[in-house]
Design a protein around this ligand. Structure first.
Ligand code: AMP
Length: 280
């Protein structure tokens, strides 16, 4: 596995690979890798000759009071895990190389990013779209593998790729969970041991919604109230619980088409998200 730090070098390598007829699959991450990330790398391998993983904690997608400085980092461990999972190139740029002095070009998606995490984290998706567009220009992949764990991010980036004609196909990978159901996340590290036990409430609340939906419940308020009750039985504070149309991300009252139920919950040290699609 090659480690490349310079964007120019990465772009040069990508060109050479493309010229020699190789397919490139790309897995963008912020590092502190867990089994969720590794499942994406393994899936990427099925689609390509060369798997490029990037590790970059993107300052532009963190708000002023968010956890940029505290975000967990462990490059030595990440490098080993990437190698073992079968990555061919690990792209590990610095902030200075990704955002040159005077950087003044930003990309914003103006519909899907206004709700859910976009409403609670202003500017977040502008940071995500800008960095992913840059990474796509640098890595030039045929495929990009993204996790369904970040459902809104996946939909916003699909829209970016569609609306700006990026020549990449997005592959969605299912959410990998711990044995109790908690979705794996680098931020789980921030939880106290008591919170870690409680954090399974996100998964359990979604399971509750799924069970009600399977039993015929179609009223969004009823489903959201059931989810809220599961969360409020813990020390977690609801940031949002929304039931939205799976395509437009607009709120729905009655579920007639596939709907995304998404939630964000704050514990003392971490804001966690999870989601599931309710489809007839
Ligand atoms: P992050 O490092 O958190 O920015 O995540 C990098 C990629 O891994 C994104 O496409 C995420 O959606 C995906 N990802 C994060 N957690 C999981 C998980 N538990 N299961 C599957 N994919 C995940």
């Amino acid at each position: 596995m090659k480690i490349i730090e310079s964007p120019e070098e990465m772009q040069k390598q990508a060109r050479l690979l493309i010229q020699s007829g190789e397919y490139i699959a790309f897995v963008p991450t912020m590092g502190f890798l867990h089994e969720g990330h590794l499942s994406l790398i393994r899936l990427a391998k099925e689609y390509s000759d060369t798997v490029v993983v990037s590790i970059f904690v993107n300052p532009a997608q963190f708000g002023p009071n968010e956890d940029l400085d505290a975000y967990p980092r462990d490059f030595a461990r990440d490098e080993k895990l990437c190698r073992e999972a079968g990555a061919d190139i690990l792209f590990y740029p610095t902030s200075q190389n990704m955002y040159l002095d005077g950087h003044s070009m930003w990309l914003s998606e103006e519909s899907l990013s206004t709700v859910l995490c976009g409403a609670s984290r202003p500017g977040h998706f502008r940071g995500v779209c800008t960095i992913v567009a840059k990474l796509l220009n640098i890595v030039q992949p045929d495929f990009m593998v993204l996790g369904e764990k970040d459902a809104q991010q996946l939909r916003v980036l699909r829209r970016m790729v569609r609306d700006l004609n990026f020549a990449v196909k997005i592959i969605a990978a299912p959410t990998v969970r711990a044995a109790d159901g908690l979705a794996m996340s680098s931020r789980n590290k921030y939880l106290t041991s008591a919170e870690r036990k409680e954090a399974v409430c996100l998964f359990q609340s979604l399971e509750k919604a799924k069970a009600l939906f399977a039993a015929g419940e179609r009223d969004a308020e009823t489903l959201k109230a059931a989810v809220r009750a599961v969360i409020e039985a813990t020390s977690g504070k609801v940031d949002y619980i929304e039931l939205v149309d799976d395509e437009t991300l607009q709120s729905v009252q009655t579920l007639e088409k596939p709907a995304l139920i998404a939630l964000a919950v704050k514990f003392s040290g971490a804001r966690l998200i999870d989601n599931t699609v309710l489809a007839p």
